[in-house]
Write a protein that binds this ligand. Sequence first.
Ligand code: EPU
Length: 424
Amino acid sequence: MQKFIVTGGQPLNGEVQIAGAKNAVLKLMAAAALTDDPCVLYNVPRISDVAILRETMSDIGFEVKRTDDDALEIRASSAEWLFVPLEAAMKMRASFILLGPLLSRFGRVIISNPGGDRIGRRPVNLHVEAMTAMGAEVEYKNGYYFAHAPQGRLRGAVIEFPYVTVMGTENALLAAVLAQGTTVIENAAREPETDDLVGMLCAMGAHIERPAEHRLEIEGVDRLRGVTHRVIGDRLEAGTFAIATAITGGDVTMRGIDPRHLAAFLAVLECMGVPHETDGADGGSLRIHSAPGYRPADIETEPYPGFATDLQAPLAVLMTQADGMSTIHETIYEDRLEYVTELNKMGAVIEVLDDRHARIAGPTPLHGREVEISDLRAGATLVLAALAASETSVISGVEHVDRGYEQIESKLVGLGAQIHRIDA
Ligand code: EPU
């Protein structure tokens, strides 16, 4: 077990390179399973979720190797066993993204139910229903889905999701590109990470159109080819560093992102009185230079292009420093306010009204405390609070942060923060 020791109160200044997006790269790795040609991904973040998927894909029989510091080569010429075990699903929910490509390419797979986690129930019924609509037979037994395509190949279908599901859309997409005939996905996600996947699949030879914002139309093909593809920058890592800058009163430029992906988040920062400048599009930058006296805000999380649920908890830290009452309405998950207990220990005054609503009074000074991380974004939230706190904080559960943030402490140290990791 490792812990972060953070001494707050230092303004962050300088420049930071944002890594490739976790929520894109995992799906791009899964896409590489659709062809026997090699695929090379660039801008691959060094995070533990990538390591877990890499190991899971290697166990299946694919060759997955780092060819450069930021490059990953995947060659899925043959599969030894079409099995995704419980061990992988327990470590990372996103292992379920292998359902669509394995079923579509090889005609069968046995895959563990990833189950719920600390932020909500997170069922996978919509992923399974999408496969069934495409003709798969899926049986659930002892915690595993046994799925197969009766004629060896899935067939196109109309899939109407009742609400937007990001990985549900991506699993359906990964299955549909090799299915026979046309698939239409209604209420499809339009997250930048989903579009990154669409871009890679099209480069591989897939036929995908987005005739309306939330509709995807896919004409299945017989074969896909290998590609080289650069993963988009991580808007959630950038958002986290933006808040770190604002709460410490610093001036930081984040490079390697498309600032347009942060439009809803930046609109909230604007309302709160956090000055910022953006430059360029893909491969662009965002500069935050703080000014004293933030205003409160009311936010509601939504699928893209709305305010991202993954930045809800981090923003709560900034809200504790605003002058007045802020409110949060979490619409995506039923249990994503768990971080509040730990934040209140540090001096925040946050009232949880029910599973989805919270009210945050500000400004309240934050203090160094011993706190524990419950999930990835709650981890980033506690690190942010510790950077803003007077005194030293001891934060345990750092493995949750390593799932999605590449070398968070060395990047923060590079900007002037006092943070280090210890073995405990
Ligand atoms: N849902 C169902 N049934 C399903 C699938 C989803 O009821 O079969 C529900 C979920 O329980 C949730 C809602 O639909 O209430 C939306 O969930 P979604 O499927 O969109 O989430 P996801 O695809 O599992 C991805 C990200 C999450 C991010 C959400 C929402 C990845 C690997 N994960 O999850 O990222 O919060 O979209 O934007 O892409 C994170 O990075 O910290 C993280 C949790």
